[in-house]
Structures are given as C-alpha cells and as structure tokens.
Design a protein around this ligand. Structure first.
Ligand code: C5P
Length: 241
C-alpha cells in the first residue's frame, strides 16, 4: 500500500473515536462531523452495542470507518474477520501485532484480496500496560523495546502502519522511516481535560513527532460544540505550518 492519503487539509488527520452506545448520539455526531474529519473510529463498545449497523450508518451518512476491533486469533479466523470487515467497506482496521507473523500475514493477504483494501494497522503494546504488567504476561523489559519488536514484526509482515502512543513516535520513525502510517491516540488539545489518559500529547506535538492520524474521542465527542472543537484542533495544527 502506498501512502496516498492527502493531508493537505489537516482535519483529515483527525479520527473521531465514537465511544458511544446509542444510535441517536451516534447519528448526531456523524452528521455534525462528516465531511470535516478524516474517519470515524468504531471500537469494541460501539460495535458490541450496535454491531455492523454502526458501520452501515457511518457509510450511509458519508463517513469513512476505522474499525478498531484489534483482531487477535488464529490466522484463519483473523483472515475471515478481515474479509468480513472489508465487505462492510471499512477504510482502516486493527489487528494485534502479538498475534504472530502468520496471523499478521493472513490479515494482510485477506485485505489485499479485496477490491478496495483497507489499511491494516497493528496494535503493539496497549498503553495501559506498564513495565510491571508486561513482566507478568511474560514480556520483560521496557515497554518501548516490546513496541519496537512487535512493530518490526508487523511491518515485516506487510502491515500498513502501527498504532503508537505519542511517546513512541520518535523511536518508531527512527526505526521504520517515513513509510508506515502511525496512528496516535491519547491526544489532548491545549487546555483539554486528560480524563483517564496518562500520557497525553497535543495534536501539534504528535504530528511534529511523526503521527499521521490523530485518534481523538472525548475532547470532541463530549464538547458542547463538537465541530468547534475540531476547528480549534485544526487551527492549532495550521499554526505550525
Ligand atoms: O476519549 P479519548 O480521546 O481518550 O479516546 C481515545 C480513543 O483511543 C479510545 O477509543 C481508546 O480506546 C483508543 N485508544 C487509546 N489508547 C490506545 C489505543 C486506543 O486511547 N493505546
């Protein structure tokens, strides 16, 4: 997959995390933000609540879908899940890099067999896991080391990019160069509440350090005026250009 994504409009970098469960709330957010932001992220909360209807609604309303279900299973099952996601017309999806090389290759192959292949993005180490947590699940060593190792596995298997926290961006760009898409959550515009995120970065800092896409949820979805919140983020990004 070549890097054809057009970021001349910085708003296209924004992926809005739709962590909601209700159809009405979902529709309101899509209708407010479609045509402005790059994609809408459907994660386990929304997908478990509404199922593929959530994907159909976003597509019908003219939005692009990032299906963030972090597939992690045997290769045959993940390949089947990727094909099913492709049939829903998703633009991007996630798999867990720790699923191993055969699973990652099966995911990439399944996507590429489809008429319009989505970007396949690898999640490496969940940012909620610290060094002690990693040791308990048998991944001793600094989290950054595990991120680089799993990131390397994902890139070698042919994935299009990685999910990366802001603190890993510089190391990942140094290791893997410009090619892989880096998708970064934990973004907080200037002055926004951190909520439960521990290590946050501003949109500007994340893009300067190498992020392509910014995953932003509550600072947009819980704002009194979600469109104004997006516009403020874009102003922040444009200032730097
Ligand atoms: O509301 P907020 O901006 O914190 O939402 C961030 C989104 O990114 C959530 O959907 C969350 O599940 C996701 N995410 C994250 N950290 C990761 C991976 C995904 O916050 N490491």
């Amino acid at each position: 997959m070549t890097r054809s994504t057009d970021f001349s409009d910085p708003a296209r970098r924004i992926i809005v995390a739709l962590d909601v469960s209700g159809r009405e709330e979902l529709l309101q957010l899509i209708r407010t933000l479609r045509g402005t932001v790059g994609m809408f992220k459907v994660g386990k909360q929304l997908f478990t609540a509404l199922g593929p209807e959530a994907l159909a609604l976003i597509k019908k309303e003219g939005g692009e879908v990032f299906l963030d279900l972090k597939f992690h299973d045997i290769p045959n099952t993940v390949a089947g899940a990727v094909r099913a996601a492709c049939r829903h017309g998703v633009a991007m999806l996630t798999v867990h890099a720790s699923g191993g090389r055969a699973m990652l290759e099966a995911a990439v192959q399944a996507a590429r067999e489809m008429v319009s292949a989505p970007l396949v993005i690898g999640a490496t180490v969940l940012t909620s896991l610290g060094a002690q947590d990693l040791e308990l699940i048998g991944l001793a060593g600094p989290p950054e080391q595990a991120v680089l190792r799993l990131g390397g596995l994902a890139i070698e298997a042919g994935l299009d990019g990685l999910v990366a926290s802001a603190r890993e961006l510089t190391a990942l760009r140094a290791e893997f160069g410009k090619q892989p898409f880096l998708v970064t959550p934990g973004i907080r515009p200037k002055g926004a509440a951190a909520h439960d995120q521990q290590r946050v970065a501003t949109p500007l800092k994340a893009v300067s350090d190498g992020a392509d896409f910014l995953v932003i949820g509550r600072p947009i979805t819980r704002a009194d005026d979600p469109l104004a919140a997006v516009e403020a983020i874009v102003d922040e990004l444009v200032e730097a250009e």
